[in-house]
Write a protein that binds this ligand. Structure first.
Ligand SMILES: NC(=O)C1=CN([C@@H]2O[C@H](COP(=O)(O)OP(=O)(O)OC[C@H]3O[C@@H](n4cnc5c(N)ncnc54)[C@H](O)[C@@H]3O)[C@@H](O)[C@H]2O)C=CC1
Ligand SMILES: NCC(=O)COP(=O)(O)O
Length: 327
């Protein structure tokens, strides 16, 4: 069966910048046919706000993509949406869009999932335990372990732990967690990115990778033995590398990805290097999921100044990964 051309796109939080980014991208011409999974009224309001005339059509199975047209699989809002004003009443709507989009991909109607930003706080305010798409999609797909990787054209950063309070991070740096993160990342780089023998830099957890045990023990006791075991299995790994010098141009030469131990060890560097040009990819899912690098930007939503570049890159990368997977 040939893969469908559609990419299912969730614009995310209806009060955030996701809808306007999607409309702007559709207007400027995305590199793949977009199937928006959301309330069409949200896109229509964003188009009006931007002064754009969008040719939107309701999707049904068998619909053929047409240049300049934005297809929409309708999911009704739970409450009226106002850009810049979060409303917990729409948390279930946001989660519905994700569930429906995953169905479309898993049922073969769309080739991949591209996600706009959701607001984790308001979803939790509504009573859900929600730490991010990454974990939510892993649950939906019934996969025990997935890895978050953010990527620009020249840097990839994967994470051992994701949305976890800093106080809980050291306890989460276990042999199993580091081992699975290394193997899932290396495997994805081979299969989804076509890198025959990927080289990973694995960061330490503590300053100077623990300074021989004087600044923390996890580097020597947990991370180093896992690296050794993975090397014995043929993986090309450097580490534990002190995080402060791991991102110098010299250190990054020949390195296909950096594996950071926690969110704010790796992502500030990545976002400094390419905010707006980066994407967030979930590794280890049974389908392709690519997301924007930014959040809901509630402070600017509805003002027409949101940059849609990251969404454009996410669409492009998702289409590329889909093609690579089908070859
Ligand atoms: N993929 C996702 O679903 C993501 C969701 N988030 C969530 O978004 C919410 C807000 O997070 P923040 O830390 O405030 O980050 P944020 O990315 O929403 O905003 C940080 C700054 O960047 C600006 N910004 C963000 N996107 C922009 C765009 N497209 N164009 C122009 N400027 C832009 C904002 O105006 C703000 O000044 C949180 O709930 C967070 O968890 C954050 C990152 C990714
Ligand atoms: N910092 C990345 C982020 O918050 C997005 O996470 P996710 O929603 O893709 O899991």
């Amino acid at each position: 069966m040939t893969a469908p051309a559609w990419l299912a796109v969730t614009p995310g939080e209806p009060a955030g910048v996701g809808p306007e980014c999607l409309v702007r991208l559709a207007d400027s011409g995305a590199t793949a046919p977009l199937l928006a999974v959301c309330d069409p009224a949200v896109l229509a309001s964003a188009a009006t706000m931007l002064g754009l005339d969008i040719d939107m059509v309701e999707w049904s199975p068998g619909l053929e993509p047409r240049a300049g047209q934005l297809a929409c699989y309708p999911v009704p809002l739970r409450a009226p949406a106002r850009p810049g004003h979060l409303d917990p009443a729409n948390a279930d709507y946001v989660l519905d869009t994700l569930r429906q989009a995953v169905h479309l991909v898993r049922d073969g109607h769309a080739a991949a999932l591209v996600t706009g930003p959701v607001h984790k706080g308001v979803i939790n305010d509504a009573g859900h335990h929600f730490s991010g798409h990454t974990e939510f999609l892993a649950d939906l797909a019934e996969v025990d372990r997935v890895i978050m990787m953010l990527a620009t054209d020249s840097l990839r950063v994967a994470l051992v732990t994701t949305h976890l309070p800093l106080r809980q991070v050291p306890d989460a740096i276990t042999t199993e967690a580091v081992d699975s993160a290394i193997r899932i990342t290396a495997d994805a780089l081979q299969r989804q990115f076509g890198i025959a023998k990927p080289r990973l830099q694995v960061l330490g957890l503590n300053p100077h990778a623990g300074e021989g045990g004087h600044l923390g023990h996890e580097d020597d006791d947990i991370i180093a033995p896992v690296i050794e075991a993975c090397r014995r299995d043929g993986l090309d790994l450097l580490g534990p590398v002190p995080a402060d010098t791991a991102f110098t141009p010299t250190a990054l030469e020949g390195c296909d990805a950096v594996l950071a131990m926690y969110h704010d060890q790796g992502l500030p560097v990545l976002k400094h290097a390419g905010f707006g040009r980066a994407v967030n990819i979930t590794l280890g899912l049974p389908f392709t999921r690519v997301s924007v690098d930014h959040g809901t930007a509630i402070d600017i939503a509805g003002r027409g100044i949101a940059d849609a570049s990251s969404l454009g890159h996410a669409v492009e990368i998702a289409a590329r990964m889909t093609r690579a997977a089908s070859q």
